[in-house]
Design a protein around this ligand. Structure first.
Ligand code: PTJ
Length: 250
């Protein structure tokens, strides 16, 4: 995907680049039109957070990396926004943690599934799950519920970035450990997550990879200790306070 010519000195460089990637994603049939609205909502929260990874988010990203490394079968779920914004970065996170990658769409069509799978392959992801759709998430209507039985269906830990609340809750009810990346600490997805990561996916995913690499040689006991010390409610409260205090340096 080509990037537009935005001078890096522009004060909103990252934000404009992100917008453009989403726009191109829509044009390519990767991102849904609703994805544009989701992006706008995310941008507003990111603006209030100072467009940076706050310390509580960095800590959550480390814990999420520990969960992925400790998992029996970790899966990274990819939707149309994630595919447009961080395709290569998701591949790197999968490689660093031994996770599978599965496309799981809210607005699912065969054409979008194939377009996104081809886009991920272009970014070096050789094995893409989600196309078989021989498993179901209970409690959701037909299209949104489709998963691969040997992918999300079988996973013990799932990373779900930018998820809609219903599906995040339904995945949680399947007793899966859910790692959620969402800029809105009040969203149902973030609130129902085992590990809520209140950060922009474009910063969160590479940072999780960096943490995973740093923890590569950690023992099971060390990973368990990192996981055990995590406080999800405290993480949500810290992000909400950062947003409400409005001391973002913009
Ligand atoms: O590609 P599909 O068909 O699976 O559809 C995906 C979307 C994103 C359209 C769908 O899941 C949806 O409608 O999501 P929502 O309900 O709009 O929720 C998206 C959440 O992600 C919101 O809470 C946003 O604040 C948040 N968000 C948006 N952009 C980012 C983000 N969080 C992190 N990083 C972002 N870049």
């Amino acid at each position: 995907m080509s990037d537009i010519d935005i001078p890096e000195s522009h004060p909103r460089y990252e934000s404009l680049l992100t917008r453009h990637r989403i726009e191109e994603g829509v044009a390519a049939g990767i991102t849904s039109q609703q994805g544009l609205i989701a992006q706008g909502r995310g941008e507003a929260f990111d603006y209030l957070l100072g467009e940076e990874t706050i310390p509580s988010a960095d800590a959550a990203e480390r814990v999420a990396a520990a969960y992925l490394l400790a998992a029996d079968h970790p899966v990274l779920s990819i939707n149309g926004n994630v595919a447009a914004l961080v395709p290569g970065e998701m591949g790197e996170l999968a490689a660093a943690t031994g996770a599978d990658i599965e496309i799981n769409l809210f607005n699912r069509t065969d054409e979008r599934m194939e377009t996104i799978a081809a886009h991920l392959r272009d970014h070096g992801i050789t094995e893409v799950k989600g196309l078989t759709a021989d498993g179901r998430i209970p409690g959701l209507d037909h299209e949104r519920a489709k998963v691969d039985a040997d992918g999300i269906g079988d996973a013990d830990v799932v990373l779900v970035p930018l998820e809609d609340g219903d599906r995040a809750e339904a995945l949680g009810e399947m007793d899966k450990i859910e790692l959620v990346i969402d800029l809105n600490p009040l969203s149902r997805s973030a609130q129902s997550a085992t590990v809520p990561i209140i950060d922009n996916v474009i910063r969160a995913v590479p940072n999780m990879t960096a943490h995973a690499r740093e923890l590569q040689d950690a023992s099971d006991d060390e990973l368990a200790e990192i996981i055990e010390q995590f406080d999800a409610d405290g993480t949500l409260a810290a992000a909400e306070a950062a947003i409400r205090d409005g001391d973002a340096d913009l």
